[in-house]
Design a protein around this ligand. Structure first.
Ligand SMILES: [Zn+2]
Ligand SMILES: [Zn+2]
Length: 339
């Protein structure tokens, strides 16, 4: 029965007021009530009258809710937007970065899940407009025998407890009252963030797959296989170098947070400082701390015959260093004194 047929059934004009519809229904019910009208037609007639009345009542009560799941979803959208007003919601996120990312800055795609109160049912899990009880067909009264089409007096329907309606499970949240939503949002993290920094970013807006509100990003720096951060925006690194290359003052490649870089070893020096190659001193600052390198000259435990011969030639050649010459002089004086 469509809505126009329902109005026609009750004999009122489409769009008649609730009072007019109710009055027409009452009049027809009293006319066709089985108490007064024992005809076989009466049972069918009462069903049609009740059906028409219910149909009009459903249509006028809540158009969106009566449209089922699709309608509920449409009506849910504005509610969600108004609830998640900008600045209203803050989502905390941990963001783990490498030291390289902290030094250079980076962008991150953040994905997450938001759980909200279901906007279609306001978190109740039931639609505001209940569904008509099928057992009593909305009358609230139990039927039996030929009373099937009309309520017997004082026999309350056990299913709806006389209300004539049953709660309707919200089709959007399937009764849970909660709605989960996935969001994606790209954030830019400036160069120079530290472990423990807290950054704020907009949620991007629900219409772009983000959400209205803000992100609170808690920065964590992952432990690095060989870089460590110092207090003064410095980055530290310690690694072994070939002892002979160190003696020879060779150029070597050293890893910096920005990539490999050439550095000349200096015989006798194990600590090096590359200016401005560390962490930015503030977020996005062009001023940077230093990159501090410590090298550990390393020599082989065993030497080949060739290496041994070369070393012996090396010790036999060249000038004696002053400290060694001074030590040898002291040793000679000591020996002379003993004699
Ligand atoms: Zn019932
Ligand atoms: Zn719901």
């Amino acid at each position: 029965m469509n809505i126009d047929e329902a109005y026609a059934e009750l004999g009122v004009v489409p769009g008649a007021s609730e009072a007019q519809v109710k009055a027409a229904w009452r009049r027809l019910v009293s006319l066709w009530h089985p108490d007064r009208n024992a005809s076989a037609e009466a049972a069918a007639q009462i069903q049609r009258i009740n059906g028409a009345y219910e149909r009009i009542r459903l249509a006028s009560a809540a158009p969106a809710a009566s449209a089922g799941p699709a309608g509920s979803e449409r009506s849910a959208a504005p509610a969600r937007e108004s609830k998640a007003a900008p600045g209203g919601r803050t989502v905390r996120r941990r963001v783990r970065l490498t030291i390289e990312e902290a030094v250079q800055g980076c962008t991150r795609m953040l994905r997450g899940r938001l759980v909200d109160r279901c906007s279609a049912c306001d978190g109740s899990g039931e639609l505001r407009r209940p569904v008509r009880c099928a057992t009593c067909e909305g009358s609230g009264r139990r039927r039996s025998g030929w009373w099937r089409v009309w309520p017997a007096p004082d026999a309350t329907c056990p299913d709806c407890r006389g209300s004539g309606t049953l709660p309707r499970v919200c089709p959007v949240c399937e009764g849970s009252g909660r709605q989960a939503r996935l969001y994606r949002h790209v954030v830019r993290l400036p160069a120079g963030v530290r472990h423990g920094d807290v950054l704020r970013a907009g949620g991007g807006g629900a219409h772009r797959g983000g959400f209205d509100g803000s992100l609170e990003l808690h920065i964590e720096l992952a432990a690095h296989p060989f870089f460590a951060l110092g207090d003064d925006a410095s980055v530290h690194c310690e690694f072994p170098v070939d002892g002979y290359a160190w003696l020879a003052g060779a150029w070597i490649e050293v890893p910096t947070p920005g990539g490999l870089q050439q550095m000349q070893l200096r015989r006798g020096h194990t600590a090096y400082r590359l200016r401005g190659r560390g962490l930015p001193r503030a977020h996005d600052s062009s001023e940077r701390g230093d990159y501090v390198v410590k090298v550990v000259p390393t020599f082989p435990d065993t030497l080949s015959a060739e290496q041994q011969a070369l070393l012996e030639r090396l010790t036999a050649t060249g000038e004696t260093p002053p400290a060694l010459a001074a030590w040898r002089a002291r040793l000679q004086r000591w020996e002379r004194a003993r004699r």
